[in-house]
Structures are given as structure tokens and as C-alpha cells.
Design a binder for this molecule. Structure first.
Ligand code: ADP
Ligand code: MG
Length: 258
């Protein structure tokens, strides 16, 4: 099982860890917030691994700490205790610069409310990560290639006809497709999705879910999908359930057989 999952020619997910090895390990994560000097514990010692090429749902009630956990996995926040490792290296205590690197190049994210920039078209939104990852001068040098890649990604998510539209001219499902294309722009190894269907009607949400499954199956993109909905969680290979600040269930048998 020492096979590296992606070849040079792949446009996606050039995983460094061999298939079956964890791409991310979460160990003993503890996180509390403070409200009026009162400590509110959210995560009380969370452990789990994310395997390369897997699709995992992170499921739990509203307020159970799913977004908090995702922020720690994405190095957007620091744990009070515990460790997050990515491809075998600790990232929770990385420098601000290294954390920027992980978020720009390794860990893509999508959110319930898309977080697109309202003044930019779908195509421009998809190109934003490349602009952020490079200085202006160097961006101008790759602009054409970046635009070609953005157009390919928009085609892949079924949004070519909306590429020159702004978010206000798109439906929720279309905005989420644009956000997925944007998250893939810099070829991440891991995609974190926080309630990606949470703001969509069930048939539109189903389309987004199918797109994520296709990315996982066809491109071997490792995906962690947060949801409060068990039916959606069941679409993944495996569910990690958060309750009272702990992982209470890790089910490998949730997969619906196609
Ligand atoms: P979920 O995503 O599962 O709905 P969250 O991680 O957003 O849960 O929140 C978990 C708990 O932490 C909630 O009780 C929430 O009110 C609290 N919380 C989240 N973010 C903050 C914050 N920045 N400051 C204070 N409390 C917070
Ligand atoms: Mg949340």
C-alpha cells in the first residue's frame, strides 16, 4: 500500500501520504471559549484520523463544536491543548507564514454561505486564491494559465454559463459551485466543507453532495464534510460524530452501497 495516489499529470490532489495513511491526525484537541470570564468548553479531547482519499463526515448537533474543530484543522485558530498534524507534520503550532501556506496550497475550504466576493464575477472569484498566493508581479506572469485553470474548474462544476455573473446574479447552488471551484484553484490535498448544503433546498443540496462525491471518487480528493444532518452524513465513507465535546462514534459502515 505504498502507492502514491496521484501522478504528476493529475490536476488534483497530489497526496504526499500513501493511500490508507492519515493525511490529517487530530489528537487530544481541547478548546474553550470565554464568555464574561466564564469558560465554555467546546472540545474536550478530540481524536481522529483522516485517511488519504477518504470522504468523512463530521456530524453533530448545532453548537456541538463542528465549526470550531474545522477552524483548528484549517489552522484558522489555535487549540488550548492537543495537536493537529498534516502529512505527518504538526501544523497547529506552525508560524503564521506556514499556516498561510497550508491554507493557500494544501487545505481548501468551503462554507455554508459561500463567502464569495460580491463585486467579482464567478471567474474572478475562482482566481482569487492564485492572486492571494502570489505577489502582483508574479500573478501577472501566470494570469493566462490561472484563467485557463479557473475556466476548466468552472466547467467541471457545471458553471461555464455563469462565469461572467456576479454572486447576486447566481442561485445558492451556483454560488456553492463557484466556491468549490475556488477552493480547488490551488490544487489542495484536503478539502474542508462546513455545512456545504446547509443553506440549500434538498435537491440543490443533493447536486452539491454529488459533486463532492465525484471529486472524491474521480480525483481522489480527500474531503471532510461537516453536517448536522445524519442523512447527508451517511453519504460519506465514514462519520465522525461530535457530542459533548468528544468523538462518540466513528462509523465505517454508514456508506450507502451504490
Ligand atoms: P457548530 O458548528 O457545531 O454549530 P460551533 O463550533 O460553531 O458549533 O460552536 C460551538 C460552541 O462554541 C457554541 O456554543 C458557540 O456558541 C460557541 N462559540 C463558537 N465560536 C465562538 C466564539 N468565537 N466565541 C465564543 N463562543 C463561541
Ligand atoms: Mg457550524
Amino acid at each position: 500500500m505504498n502507492q502514491v495516489i496521484k501522478t504528476e499529470s493529475s490536476a488534483f490532489a497530489q497526496g504526499v501520504a500513501p493511500e490508507g495513511e492519515p493525511i490529517m491526525s487530530v489528537r487530544g484537541l481541547v478548546k474553550s471559549y470565554h464568555k464574561n470570564r466564564i469558560e465554555v468548553p467546546v472540545l474536550r479531547g478530540v481524536d481522529f484520523d483522516i485517511e488519504v482519499g477518504s470522504m468523512t463526515s463530521l456530524v453533530g448537533r448545532s453548537g456541538s463544536g463542528k465549526s470550531t474543530l474545522m477552524h483548528l484543522m484549517a489552522t484558522l485558530d489555535h487549540p488550548d491543548q492537543g495537536e493537529v498534524s498534516f502529512n505527518g507534520a504538526r501544523i497547529d503550532n506552525a508560524s503564521a507564514r506556514q499556516r498561510d501556506y497550508y491554507r493557500n496550497h494544501q487545505i481548501g475550504m468551503i462554507f455554508q454561505f459561500y463567502h464569495l466576493l460580491p463585486e467579482l464575477t464567478a471567474l474572478e472569484n475562482v482566481m482569487v486564491p492564485t492572486m492571494i498566493a502570489r505577489r502582483l508581479f508574479s500573478f501577472l506572469g501566470v494570469r493566462k494559465t490561472a484563467q485557463e485553470r479557473a475556466e476548466q474548474l468552472l466547467e467541471m462544476v457545471g458553471l461555464t454559463h455563469r462565469r461572467h455573473h456576479r454572486p447576486s446574479e447566481m442561485s445558492g447552488g451556483e454560488m456553492q459551485r463557484a466556491a468549490i471551484a475556488r477552493a480547488l484553484m490551488n490544487n489542495p490535498t484536503l478539502l474542508l466543507a462546513d455545512e456545504p448544503t446547509g443553506n440549500l433546498d434538498s435537491s440543490t443540496g443533493h447536486g452539491i453532495l454529488e459533486l463532492l462525491q465525484k471529486l472524491n471518487e474521480d480525483n481522489r480528493l480527500t474531503i471532510v464534510m461537516i453536517t448536522h444532518d445524519d442523512a447527508i452524513a451517511r453519504q460519506a465513507d465514514r462519520a465522525v460524530r461530535l457530542e459533548n465535546g468528544l468523538v462518540v462514534e466513528q462509523d465505517d459502515a454508514l456508506r450507502v452501497v451504490h
